[in-house]
Design a protein around this ligand. Structure first.
Ligand SMILES: *Cc1c(COP(=O)(O)O)cnc(C)c1O
Length: 396
């Protein structure tokens, strides 16, 4: 890949300036190209553009200047050669998984997944003749044991939703390379700032941009990033002809979100670390899982693989569902909602919402109990948040 001048910039600089395409008006803020199509000066120009002989935009399902800026800024941040932005995080996951697979292929996936990701692996793929095996993602031996002669792809999320387990991305990528398979990492919980899957050897990274990248609860979006050869060979045609494209309006919103991402993630992570320490000492809490704490089950791996903990905390209340509901209902600042990475602090009861479709047994395997809650820290004052948690716990 040719070196771009952006390559020398630190992430914060890339997030403000990376990928900017200025129109002839020289606008400071990125332009919103809310257009479905583009006009050609001549019929010959249209022919040349369709043939790929001349650069330029054709149709916003394929590419759009505002969407392009978002893709390029994400590439600059992630250190990826190429990317395709999608209408939602799930469109990104579905595209990244399905674009390169065919009937007869085998996929190994970590068991602890976002509910819709799990549906693609468990229900959708087998319907099209793709074999799948679920493993304990934190156990490298389990990945190795699941490999078959037709294994083509490994899929994982790290840290996982909602229990914040961490998988050894470099170890899994090494195993994949040894059998010629690809590793796709859903990096939503880590954000592009705290973990770099491509540097760790993964081949493809996907995001729900709905989460920290927008970070203000305004719109849905997603993105798939990889090397140019993989995108050209697998994603390019799939993307053009199945149409999961991101709206230019949402791309513009997400571009503006990227400018403030490091400031927001830093503040949310500091709050999460302080809240995790507070909760860990509370007598009504059975367990706190936070990737920045020394009692995290994969604390050493967190240190090796991540630049920081998380903006989320997972907690188990003593007293099961009744206690979890009473606690959630008593909160005044922290709201009950299933988004994460938002400016507003949000709490979710996974067993009855995001993970309700799993059997009780599958939930237990994933470490999700009736007293489990997932807390996403927002941008409020940390002291106010701890006071809110404290008064709500006193009512349980
Ligand atoms: C939210 C989320 C998704 C899906 O993203 P949407 O933008 O809601 O479609 C996928 N993976 C993880 C880990 C998520 O948190």
């Amino acid at each position: 890949m040719a070196k771009r001048f952006e390559d020398d910039w630190k992430p914060q600089t890339r997030l403000v300036h990376g990928g900017t395409l200025r129109s002839p008006f020289g606008e400071t803020s990125e332009a919103l190209f809310l257009t479905q199509g583009f006009v050609y000066e001549t019929a010959e120009a249209a022919e040349a553009r369709f043939k790929g002989e001349e650069p330029g935009f054709i149709y916003s399902r394929y590419a759009n200047p505002t969407v392009d800026m978002f893709e390029q800024r994400m590439c600059a941040l992630e250190g990826a050669e190429d990317a395709r932005a999608t209408s939602s995080g799930m469109a990104a996951v579905a595209a990244a998984l399905l674009c390169s697979l065919k009937a007869g292929d085998h996929v190994v996936s970590a068991r602890a997944l976002f509910g819709s990701c799990r549906w693609i692996i468990d229900t959708l793929m087998p319907r099209y003749g793709i074999e799948t095996t679920l493993v304990d993602g934190t156990d490298l031996k389990a990945w190795e044991g699941a490999v078959r002669r037709n294994t083509k792809l490994f899929f994982l999320e790290s840290p996982t939703n909602p229990t914040l387990e961490v998988c050894d991305i470099a170890g899994i990528a090494g195993l994949a390379d040894s059998i010629g398979a690809r590793v796709v990492v859903d990096n939503v919980f880590a954000t592009p700032l705290l973990q770099k899957p491509l540097e760790l050897g993964a081949h493809v990274v996907v995001y729900s941009a709905t989460k920290h990248i927008d970070g203000q609860g305004r719109c849905l979006g997603g993105i798939v990033l990889s090397d140019k050869a993989w995108i050209d060979e697998n994603l390019h045609d799939y993307f053009r002809h199945t149409g999961p494209s991101l709206s230019p309006f949402n791309a513009w919103t997400l571009l503006k979100g990227l400018e403030t991402l490091p400031v927001r993630v830093r503040q949310q992570m500091e709050s999460a670390a302080r809240v995790a320490d507070y909760l860990a000492e509370h007598p009504k809490i059975a367990r706190v899982i936070y990737p920045g704490r020394p009692d995290h089950p994969q604390a050493d791996l967190v240190k090796r693989q991540m630049k920081g903990g998380s903006t989320l905390v997972c907690l188990d209340l003593k007293g099961g569902k009744q206690a979890a509901f009473a606690f959630s209902n008593a909160l005044r600042i922290i709201r009950i909602s299933n988004n994460l990475g938002d400016a507003k602090s949000l709490i979710t009861h996974p067993a009855t919402t995001t993970h309700k479709n799993l059997s009780e047994e599958a939930r237990a395997e994933a470490g999700i109990h009736q007293g489990t809650l997932r807390l996403s820290l927002g941008l409020e004052d940390t002291g106010d948040l701890i006071a809110d948690l404290d008064q709500a716990l006193s009512k349980v």
